[in-house]
Design a binder for this molecule. Structure first.
Ligand code: FE
Length: 190
């Protein structure tokens, strides 16, 4: 199975589920984030990070009703670990850091918090709230923190009901081109 086939089957299985507390599905949300990444001229790896930033939600089932979501499932860690076995750090690291990026922006940009959706404010609390000054400084030392902040912006943007954007097939070539050699096309993958 190629990496794109593997990803398509994951999104076919769980992608139609609602994106917690938002008006779009998981698949629509990722596709919109990738669309906005492309529109802003992001590099291929970062477009892919935007597309797949929430894959962790699909790898580990969490309650669909955000109100029942009492603990943070750490979907960014589940997703980035999975992605790190299939792509370079320029894909997996912005995904790992996209939740810290929200906590960072809440700490350094007073206007950012006001723009968050209700569901995003709810998960912010579960994720530890805004970063302390020390946490923000540590975040700024992460090599991919700038990319993570950009993914975060497309994540926040990708919640538009019924926005028509390119589908997964549009990204097949990109996925398989950036997939690490040795994964995919073998029986041992997964
Ligand atoms: Fe998201």
């Amino acid at each position: 199975m190629t990496t794109s086939e593997e990803l398509f089957s994951i999104y076919e299985r769980g992608g139609a589920a609602a994106y917690f507390g938002e008006a779009v599905s998981m698949s629509e949300h990722g596709l919109q984030a990738a669309f906005f990444a492309r529109a802003s001229g992001a590099a291929d790896a970062l477009v892919l990070a935007a597309l797949l930033h929430d894959v962790g939600h699909l790898l580990e089932a969490v309650p669909e009703d955000i109100a029942e979501w009492k603990s943070d499932a750490h979907h960014e860690l589940i997703g980035s670990r999975w992605l790190a076995r299939r792509f370079g750090a320029d894909v997996s690291e912005p995904v790992r850091l996209h939740v810290p990026a929200k906590r960072y922006l809440c700490a350094v940009d007073a206007s950012y918090f006001d723009k968050l959706s209700a569901a995003s404010v709810h998960t912010l609390r579960l994720q530890g709230g805004p970063m302390s000054a020390a946490e923000a400084a540590a975040f700024e030392r992460e090599p991919f923190h700038r990319q993570a902040i950009r993914v975060r912006a497309w994540d926040d943007q990708g919640k538009v009901p019924q926005l028509a954007v390119p589908d997964f097939g549009h990204y097949r070539e990109l996925i398989d081109r950036l997939a690490l050699a040795g994964f995919g096309n073998s029986s041992g993958g997964g």
